[in-house]
Design a protein around this ligand. Sequence first.
Ligand code: GUN
Length: 284
Amino acid sequence: MTAQLIDGNALSQQLRGEVARRAADLTAKGRQPGLAVILVGENPASQVYVRNKVKSCGDVGFHSVLEKYDASLTEAELLARIEALNQDPSIHGILVQLPLPAHIDDHKVIEAISPAKDVDGFHVASAGALMVGEVGFKACTPYGCMKMLESIGMADLRGKHAVVIGRSNIVGKPMAMMLLAANATVTVCHSGTADLAHHTRQADVIVAAVGKRNVLTADMVKPGAVVIDVGMNRNDEGKLCGDVDFAGIRDVAGWITPVPGGVGPMTITMLLVNTLEAAERAGL
Ligand code: GUN
């Protein structure tokens, strides 16, 4: 069997088209969706991510502001900027790019963002809303993974076993909650799991979100399973690759997401979806 690809670029394009149409409607009513992106320091990967986020805003007709600060910015100064953006009616979403310099407490900064503008879905209130099934912003990467499942007719996972590899606050934990909300039976595996393959071999859906190459190989996958690869690594030749052995697993799985062109573009797309929803809710 050769797995079918879940094309994150094509799905993103389709979703961004809908976002652009709804953004145009809001703009016509005098409420153009607005995103503020804050970058502190010179982390090269962060600079690329932030540039892509701001560019994507322009592509769907959002207003965006990029605030770049020197790594010497104090925590108090950053908190003051967030407070000003919380009060700014032209800004519906606030994103502080992580990681922050070591002298700034990430947690304190995220908690300073108004939950109504927390389009990253990282605030404790957003995580709590997801846990208890209330309205809130969902973390963009796992939200994008759910949209990919939806796109292959797997919106409802009743009777399916989903295995998440990784337990980060940004991906693994919210992913498990979203899969549970979709009625899957969910197992979360991590660095303390004794026999990872034992779990993954039983899975109908596997989400790999570890940040390490070849965490999942063909012998660990049940024939026909759906494999979603959140990883973003470099191989020995410097080429972008995910967490799973794509070439090997492709012969076993039913569906697989490529890297690049899989989950990556979906993350920014869901940021746009969240920002649009923040702007729509601001009028309620
Ligand atoms: N750093 C790496 N990924 C992310 C993300 O999704 N949001 C923010 N704010 N920072 C990140």
